[in-house]
Design a protein around this ligand. Structure first.
Ligand code: SF4
Ligand code: SF4
Length: 132
């Protein structure tokens, strides 16, 4: 198994610092790979990254919610969305995203389609280069 970063990720980067096997990398280019991604072949399922994420975006693969109920105000980030987000990441650097949508309280979202990109990034994306 592996842990999975979902579309609730707003590129805060805090998780990267705590991963003991350095298997979390930022998606590049950001327009095509909007989140950070976990290399499924390297992740040891230690769970250290989960409490570091301010947006609660990380789940064990078998616990990724198919019906995530929004608290309200959080964002999902995905290709094709049109909303704008600006924030500051864990290291005090600016984060600007132009493909987000803010969720309404009680809105239910299936996050399970977010599993596949965590695999694809390391086979089809530039993830394999990021880990070299
Ligand atoms: S801490 Fe959360 S928001 Fe930040 S990069 Fe990791 S998964 Fe994404
Ligand atoms: S579960 Fe552990 S090994 Fe896997 S990405 Fe998170 S911190 Fe890294």
């Amino acid at each position: 198994m592996t842990h999975i970063i979902t579309s609730l990720c707003l590129r805060d980067a805090g998780c990267v610092d705590v991963c003991p096997v350095e298997c979390i990398v930022p998606g590049k280019p950001q327009e095509e790979w909007p989140w950070f991604y976990i290399d499924p072949d390297t992740c040891i399922d230690c769970g250290a990254c989960i409490p570091e994420c301010p947006f609660e975006a990380i789940f064990p693969e078998d616990e990724v919610p198919t019906a995530y109920t929004a608290k309200g105000g959080e964002y999902i980030s995905n290709i094709g969305l049109k909303g704008h987000y600006e924030g500051t990441n864990h290291h005090g650097e600016q984060v600007v995203l132009d493909s987000v949508r803010q969720l309404a309280a009680g809105e239910v979202v299936d996050l399970s389609p977010d599993i596949k990109p965590n695999y694809d990034y390391f086979t089809q994306g530039t993830g394999y280069k990021a880990l070299e």
